[in-house]
Design a protein around this ligand. Structure first.
Ligand code: 4AD
Ligand code: MG
Length: 461
């Protein structure tokens, strides 16, 4: 059996040869003496055209198969006489495996992305989602390739954890207790001692704290896995379940961290553009006009760099009226991030050195005692795609921050141990995989770049 991808990419060596293709009917039209089927065998963004003629015993039956029926086709690969494709298969045998029900929802017309979300189990069969999810696979591979080529060790961090890395309290609780019949303590709260884990546990919001422990042994490490946030934000950029890439670099400061982030973003964009030309062409034509220009600009220019304090000054003096008032100390809202990246710098920018009060406990304090060694990467059209920092390596300072933020020190002994047994300067960041997908493909809703999106009040599949 031959894959359609191979036939397209190496067509010269297959012309005139017998091939066998199996797959799903995308389009079919027939006349008295012959008909055409476009078949998707799953191996390529494009289907291949099959010509079937009335000499075939089951010609009448083939003519009647509906879209999405499954066929096994034997035939010869020939140069196509028709427009729109260079090669096609002249069928010598067509086996009908199953005739799909006639109410298959994806007939040949345009469907809205909103509608397609309601049939998330069928949408990978459309052109758009075929392209999106092929690119998703290649992008994931590119990320691994980048880190592996740079000698980073891949660490599998846990999904079930007791820690709240970001300290934002946005966690999904994990419990083995029968919640309809919960054992209560005398004070009336849930008796965690009766739980399988014997303490409160949740789904991870970030693998960072765990990956830092491996950084202290393997030097440069990364984790890449699903993370969960129970934040009730109904936006096109937030999901309750998303994938995150989190590298951690030993003996590297915030500058090294930014260099790594920039090199990684450029590497994966280039890799996807090189490996998925058909899919990227599709996005550039139908999803985001000017996508190639945007991505080539990213590849050919340095990212911008600005401190939070400078960013606030830019926002205060730009003459634009924002819904959320600008003042030193605020958490940058999406309107501010977008102004900075889209209108002021017009390229991806790192914003560094944020006020300590709006960032997590583990970030390294600057000498001003007001700001921390944080960095966010803001991309035009998306906003924040990366959040990272240099980590606090000084034990007393770290403990002071934990106290100020009311964290229970006993929950973090594994983390403070790293500062007791050979502390070292280190930095890392988290890249939101779906946000990167949106940036590369031009898709504008996070629900359309993850196969089965989980967002507040929606997880039908
Ligand atoms: O900025 P965040 O919260 O940083 C961390 O979790 C750090 N522990 C990372 C680290 O330093 N190792 O999240 C990192 C990135 C964001 O920049 C964003 O791209 C993505 O994760 N992200 C989300 N993506 C989709 N849906 C959500 N609800 C997201 N929350 C964060
Ligand atoms: Mg962040």
């Amino acid at each position: 059996k031959t894959l359609v991808k191979k036939l397209f990419r190496e067509s010269e060596s297959f012309i005139g040869k017998e091939v066998v293709i199996s797959g799903w009917v995308k389009k079919i039209r027939s006349q008295k003496k012959f008909g055409f089927i476009e078949i998707n065998d799953g191996s390529f963004f494009k289907g291949i055209q099959v010509v079937f003629e009335s000499e075939l015993d089951n010609f009448e039956e083939i003519s009647k198969v509906s879209i999405s029926s499954t066929l096994v086709i034997k035939g010869k690969l020939v140069e196509s006489q028709g427009k729109g494709q260079s090669i096609e298969i002249l069928a010598s045998e067509v086996e009908i495996f199953q005739k799909a029900d006639l109410d298959f929802p994806l007939q040949n017309k345009r469907h809205s992305f909103e509608f397609l979300r309601t049939i998330a189990h069928l949408r990978p069969r459309t052109n758009t989602f075929s392209a999106v999810f092929r690119v998703r696979s290649v992008l994931a591979y590119a990320i691994h390739k980048f880190f592996q080529e740079n000698d980073f060790v891949y660490v599998h961090t846990p999904i079930i954890t007791g820690a709240d890395c970001e300290g934002a309290g946005e966690m999904f609780r994990v419990t083995t207790l029968d919640l309809d019949n919960v054992p209560k303590t005398e004070e009336g709260s849930i008796d965690e001692a009766k739980d399988f884990f014997g303490k409160e546990t949740n789904l991870t919001v970030s693998g960072q704290l765990n990956v830092e422990t491996y950084c202290a042994a393997f030097r440069n490490v990364y984790t890449f896995g699903p993370t969960f946030r129970a934040e009730n934000s109904n936006t096109s950029r937030h999901a309750s379940e998303f994938w995150m890439i989190e590298p951690e670099v030993a003996f590297g400061d915030l500058g090294v961290n930014m260099e790594l982030a920039e090199a990684m973003v450029k590497y994966v964009i280039k890799y996807v553009m090189d490996e998925c030309p058909e899919e990227m062409e599709f996005f550039n034509s139908f999803i985001e006009k000017g996508l190639f220009e945007k991505l080539n600009n990213v590849l050919n220019n340095d990212f911008g760099r600005v401190t939070y304090t400078e960013a606030i000054e830019i926002l205060e003096n730009c003459g634009k009226k924002f819904d959320f008032p600008v003042e030193w100390g605020i958490d940058l809202q999406s309107e501010h991030e977008r102004y900075l990246a889209e209108e002021h710098f017009k390229k991806p920018i790192f914003v560094t050195d944020y006020p300590k009060d709006i960032k997590a406990f583990y970030m390294k304090m600057n000498e001003d005692d007001k700001t921390v060694r944080a960095m966010d990467l803001l991309a035009p059209g998306i906003g924040e795609i990366i959040g990272g920092s240099q980590r606090e390596d000084d034990l007393p300072l770290l403990e002071k921050r934990m106290e100020e933020m009311n964290l229970n020190k006993e929950d973090y002994t594994f983390y403070t141990d790293l500062r007791r047994y050979g502390s070292f300067p280190h930095s890392g960041f988290g890249l939101g995989f779906e946000r990167m997908m949106m940036y590369i493909t031009g898709m504008t809703n996070i629900r359309d770049v993850i196969p089965f999106p989980r967002t507040p009040k929606s997880a039908e599949f």
